[in-house]
Design a protein around this ligand. Structure first.
Ligand SMILES: [Zn+2]
Length: 326
């Protein structure tokens, strides 16, 4: 009897500066098995591709075999879906343009798709999360950097060069704070984690008012939010100012795109009401009157620990299977 060769699984890979996580995921988004290794142990990209490929092969052989894996999806900072390359990543050890999708495909003999983290997050939300069933939505990821993805008519809108959705680098304060991208006043320099910390430091320097933030060993969006919970007024004001900028910034975005919802993910989204109450107020105030009160602000419902590999698995299902005869 012929053995069944239905390819009912994919591999999802998430690359961050610290760790590379990879998992076998089925069509319903169940993670069959997951593992990880430190990305920074492989400063040479060829060594990295060998390690990743060996680890994926080992994992698949121990879990149902190579035959049931259809394709591989990879989430990485600064990845361009249209070229399959990681392009000049500021936050990874490999510099320049890395054709990672082609390198892994040639090594492992499976179709490989590569996309940036915001794009992959949006695919995951669409397949398995808050955006399930939505055709038009925005995902805004709030972390060290601020990424976003526009979903239009059920598909990610990538733009001409693959760089659509860089809301973090839209200008919110002309001639404002310097940004890592070389520009000034980018939204990320106010609403990203470094921006929130800068706002807190500026406020503490500008007054002698007491604040729990002054005693913090480490100032982070999370510890500032903890101070908010304890009733600290200055900490609450930090998030009010951040929320104000975030709100009008996404209102400008929504006024152009007209999404059904804006879905927020990332570590800073954990600040909850301290950030989103002022953000929604500012958003409503700056929204076009016909959409005011209609566009929803929603949190991601996918577990943080699973979001990236699940999104990467959704990316993998979207590509054609590999064939030597194409
Ligand atoms: Zn910038």
């Amino acid at each position: 009897m012929e053995q069944s060769t239905t390819k009912s699984r994919v591999v999802g890979v998430d690359i961050s500066n610290e760790r590379t996580t990879f998992a076998i995921v089925d069509v319903r988004g169940n993670i069959i098995v997951k593992d990880s290794f430190p990305t920074n142990d492989y400063p040479n990209i060829n060594d990295y591709v060998s390690e990743l490929s060996n680890r994926i092969v080992e994992m698949t052989e121990a879990n149902g075999g190579y035959e049931c894996i259809r394709s591989i999806g990879i989430s990485s900072p600064s990845a361009n879906y249209l070229t399959g390359c990681i392009e000049n990543a500021a936050n990874l050890i490999w510099k320049g343009v890395i054709p990672l999708a082609a390198m892994l495909r040639d090594r492992i003999g499976m179709a490989v798709a590569l996309a940036n983290d915001a794009h992959v997050t949006a695919l995951g939300e669409h397949a398995f999360g808050t955006a399930h069933g939505m055709q038009n939505f925005l995902v805004v990821s709030l972390g060290y950097g601020i990424g976003s993805c526009i979903f239009s008519r059920g598909e990610a809108h990538l733009g001409h060069d693959g760089f659509a959705g860089e809301i973090g680098h839209t200008c919110v304060v002309p001639n404002g704070r310097p940004c890592g991208c070389g520009n000034h006043g980018c939204m990320e320099t106010y609403c990203g984690s470094k921006g929130i910390i800068t706002t807190a430091r500026e406020m503490m320097a500008a007054s002698d008012a007491p604040s729990l933030m002054r005693q913090l060993e480490k100032l982070t969006p999370r510890t500032i939010a903890d101070c908010c919970e304890q009733g600290d007024q200055m900490a609450q004001e930090v998030f009010r100012r951040t929320g104000h900028i975030l709100g009008f910034s996404v209102a400008n975005y929504a006024n152009i795109i007209d999404p059904e919802a804006i879905i927020f993910t990332g570590g800073i989204a954990k600040a909850g009401k301290w950030l989103f109450d002022p953000a929604y107020e500012s958003f409503s105030k700056h929204s076009f009157h016909n959409t005011r009160g209609i566009i929803k602000f929603l949190p991601s419902t996918i577990d943080d620990r699973e979001r990236d590999v699940l999104g990467a698995s959704a990316l993998a299902w979207g590509i054609k299977e590999y064939s030597l005869f194409k």
